[in-house]
Design a protein around this ligand. Sequence first.
Ligand SMILES: [Zn+2]
Length: 83
Amino acid sequence: MAEHAEHITCQEVVELVTDYLEGGLPAAEVSLFEQHILFCEGCRTYLEQMRLTVSTVGRLDTGDVPDQLRDRLLSAFRDWKRP
Ligand SMILES: [Zn+2]
C-alpha cells in the first residue's frame, strides 16, 4: 500500500462521518474522506450504516445523538475489523 502524506485512517473516518453526513467538513477533508471511502470497503459499509441511522433518526443533531449510540457504532465497527 502506498504511503501518502495526505490520507486519513479508518479511525478518522469513524470520527469524521457525522460531520461528513451533516455537511460540516471542510472541502479538503471531504475529498480525503471520499478518497478513503472509495478504497476501503469496511468504511463504505460503515458510512451506509450511518446514513441509515441518520434517515431512521431523521436528522443528526449533536444533542440528539447520545454518546452511547456513537460508542455502540464505534465498537460495532471494531468488531467488523476483527479477523
Ligand atoms: Zn477505512
